[in-house]
Design a protein around this ligand. Structure first.
Ligand code: HEM
Length: 376
């Protein structure tokens, strides 16, 4: 079973090979909290995360080693489950720096990254406010769902009275690979997802496209990244009535092998110029892979790290299912450019973006420091 370092140059959970399970949580910070209170919360979260990711309880003997007359410090459901590759990644939303009405609650407004703005409205957005935004974010990924849930549950509990859950999302299957050592998984449309994703082995591209550089503004965010999440509902009942050939045309890849429709194997570069016998492009002009491809977006890449979700069903008896999209990039503009390019994506007929959030993810944590310490 994998154990990942909590401390390091970058936070874990970004280029870490994507684990199988997700529990993501966005929090609103209490209006009662002041600057020192916020620092205290981040310090407490750091201490707990450093232990949890090593397969330890929140505190030594936290679950059953304490007083019979006090609630246990650790909730206990991860006893005996090991680290299971748990990573815990923290992010700061725009509203942590300045609230929507312009209040500078923590004296951080001047430190706000100029690029950390709420995302613009995109065509087709059907965002639900209760599933959108947040002052703070925690991404917990693990190969055991109970380990990821235990982490978010205990970190929420530690925040009691200081920050409350705004929304949270469970993911049961990864929809991306972030390492060439991983097989490409599938999303709920049944297609391989993550084929052309940035991979940790592509060091230069990752440095160029994912990490905020030492020369970027602001300096406190160096070694960090921008995290975009989108809760994308898939209308899978409609999708399941689409002919295989059309499904492949909408994506631009073969459903079985994941190869581009211009030919070759899964990892062959798509040839957008290639034409069929009728003169029509083999990869449709509105195919997802064409519109999302770097050549259509000024060379822009991003590191995708999303998960499948099924959250029961709606009142019409349709599964409330989809893709919880997660992407890390050096600048939010990378996501914005690709998402705008996807406005004419044929897949949109089967998609509904209902949740959205953006966070600045500080660089890695040094032992003895707390996450985001350079901000203060
Ligand atoms: C590629 C599915 C949403 C960006 C792909 C691929 C599939 C796919 C099957 C091809 C395999 C691969 O290279 O990973 C989906 C589905 C979505 C979705 C089902 C919605 C539920 C998005 C969004 C973005 C995005 C919102 C970003 C704004 C990309 C990028 C690629 C890609 C950058 C790689 C393109 C390339 O370089 O060839 N997606 N995607 N996708 N997708 Fe999506």
């Amino acid at each position: 079973a994998s154990v990942y370092d909590f401390y390091g140059t970058h936070q874990a959970g970004i280029t870490t090979p994507v684990q199988d399970r997700l529990h993501f949580a966005a929090f609103d910070v209490s209006d009662m909290l002041d600057r020192d209170g916020l620092k205290g919360l981040l310090a407490d979260w750091t201490a707990a995360a450093a232990r949890l990711t090593q397969g330890l309880e929140v505190e030594e003997g936290g679950a059953v080693g304490g007083s019979d007359y006090a609630p246990p410090v650790d909730t206990g459901e991860a006893l005996g489950l090991h680290a299971s590759g748990l990573t815990i990644t923290f992010g700061f939303g725009p509203t942590l720096f300045t609230t929507a009405d312009g209040t500078d609650r923590f004296g951080l407004a001047a430190r706000r990254p100029p690029l950390l703005e709420p995302l613009p409205r995109f065509q087709g957005d059907a965002l639900v406010p209760q599933l959108t935004g947040g002052d703070l974010a925690i991404q917990a990924c693990a190969d055991d769902p109970q380990v990821a849930v235990h982490a978010i549950r205990n970190l929420s509990r530690i925040a009691f009275g200081r920050a409350t859950l705004r929304w949270s999302q469970l993911g049961f299957g990864r929809t991306s690979s972030t390492s060439t050592a991983q097989a490409t998984p599938r999303n709920l449309f049944g297609f391989k997802d993550g084929t052309a994703n940035l991979k940790v082995e592509q060091h230069d591209l990752v440095d160029e496209q994912v990490w905020v550089g030492a020369s970027d503004e602001p300096a406190w965010l160096a070694g960090g990244s921008y995290l975009v999440t989108r809760r994308i509902r898939m209308i899978i009942e409609n999708w399941d009535r689409v002919q295989l050939g059309e499904q492949e045309m909408l994506v631009g890849r073969s459903k079985g092998s994941g190869a581009p429709l211009s030919g070759g194997g899964e990892f062959t570069e798509p040839d957008f110029e290639a034409e069929g016998p009728t003169g029509a492009p083999l990869i449709d002009v509105n195919a997802h892979v064409r519109l999302a491809h770097p050549t259509m977006n000024g060379g822009t890449r991003m590191l995708r790290r999303g998960y499948n979700f099924v959250d029961g069903n709606d009142e019409l008896g349709r599964l409330d299912a989809g893709l919880f999209f997660i992407a890390y990039q050096r600048s939010p503009q990378q996501f914005i450019d690709v998402q705008r390019s996807l406005a004419s994506d044929g897949l949109n007929e089967y998609l509904k973006h209902v949740g959205s959030a953006i966070f600045a993810v500080p660089g890695g944590v040094k032992k003895g420091e707390f996450v985001g310490q350079a901000l203060f």
